[in-house]
Design a protein around this ligand. Sequence first.
Ligand SMILES: [Zn+2]
Length: 123
Amino acid sequence: MIETLSIEDIIYCYEEGVHVKLYSHLPRSLDIEQLKAYHQRGSYDPGEKKVAIYLSHITDLADYKTTLFHELAHAIDDLLFDEASSEEQIEQIGLQTYQQNPQLYDFIKGIFKLPNTRFERIE
Ligand SMILES: [Zn+2]
């Protein structure tokens, strides 16, 4: 497994059809799995190749970035490796990416066309 996410990993996710959706409020139609996920900060759905970020559960910009890195690490893990990494390993990749390459967020924001969030407006 990788140690940190790179630009190449993000491009690969993008080319494989991974998409990122930000939720600021509870979606109107939620099934039970989505409802469970909503209580977390983010989720990755391998079937839909969809990263979901639940902004109402995120505290600040650092939390937002590490959550994005964490969920995209799940995506890369799903796309590249047969055996899934543990939640601890994925958490490590998210944190290490934030510590070593926090500006990767700007690339992610650009390629997935993410809107500004309330965290960025505060800074
Ligand atoms: Zn996770």
